[in-house]
Design a protein around this ligand. Structure first.
Ligand SMILES: CC(=O)SCCNC(=O)CCNC(=O)[C@H](O)C(C)(C)COP(=O)(O)OP(=O)(O)OC[C@H]1O[C@@H](n2cnc3c(N)ncnc32)[C@H](O)[C@@H]1OP(=O)(O)O
Length: 207
């Protein structure tokens, strides 16, 4: 079994946020992996190496892994690398988030401060629920979705994999959003959105 020890992959920007939440939640971060060593190491973490390099030390350690990567495509790629090494991806849930006991949370998912996840919501793997977003009852989110700060998904919304919902966007109840969709900041989505579309404004229009 894995101890409560974990390696963070990606240690800048979003990675800093994940690191802070993980430390507050009592996770022991044994180090970080990244392609570069950042000048700024705000949590004094130990550098382990580059996860994609041959002989990466982290794969030999009895630890889980956390995803500190904001970009959906890259996060999906790195998550696959971790799983292919038979390692566990840890879900990181901020102590300041409010998550229903009836909700399902996938591996490798990050839930930031002031997020609300309501009854029977199902959150996939490697998802980011960013600061203060609201995921209402029975929403279903695919893998590697990112719900940006302050966005609101009303009840029974479905979001396909790798879709990005911009900051402060609002999605009406029961709406189906496909995969690889980009929803602009502040948009209001009142109709279903097919795969691969980019949509902005109130009401949402395709661009
Ligand atoms: C912790 C964090 O920081 S998480 C990240 C949070 N960040 C966000 O939520 C930002 C989300 N991104 C956006 O809203 C972006 O504007 C996108 C992705 C929707 C569009 O970006 P781009 O593809 O570069 O489009 P671009 O900026 O060229 O705009 C294209 C048109 O759409 C309009 N537009 C772009 N974004 C929006 C928006 N959010 N709402 C309304 N209209 C918009 C532009 O005004 C422009 O209109 P025009 O052609 O009439 O001039």
């Amino acid at each position: 079994m894995y101890a409560n020890q974990s390696i963070l992959i990606g240690y800048s920007g979003h990675g800093f946020v994940v690191a802070e939440a993980a430390l507050e939640a009592g996770i022991d971060i044994v180090g970080y992996a990244d392609r570069t060593i950042p000048e700024n190491n705000p949590f004094g973490l130990t550098y382990i190496g580059v996860e994609s390099n041959e002989g990466f030390e982290g794969w030999k350690m009895d630890v889980s892994f956390m995803l500190g990567i904001g970009d959906n495509a890259l996060r999906e790629k790195i998550a696959r690398l971790v799983v292919n090494h038979n390692k566990k991806l840890l879900a990181v849930i901020s102590k300041a988030a409010s998550v229903s006991k009836t909700a399902k949370i996938g591996d490798g998912t990050f839930i930031n401060r002031n997020v609300s996840v309501n009854a029977f919501a199902e959150i996939g793997n490697n998802v980011i629920l960013n600061t203060g977003c609201i995921v209402e009852h029975e929403c279903v989110l695919g893998d590697t979705v990112h719900i940006a700060p302050g966005a609101v998904l009303a009840g029974n919304v479905t979001v396909g994999e790798r879709t990005f919902v911009g900051a402060n966007a609002v999605v009406r109840q029961g709406i189906y959003i496909g995969k690889d969709v980009v929803i602009g900041a502040g948009s209001v989505i009142i109709n279903d959105v097919p795969d691969g579309m980019k949509i902005v404004g109130n009401p949402g229009k395709y661009i």
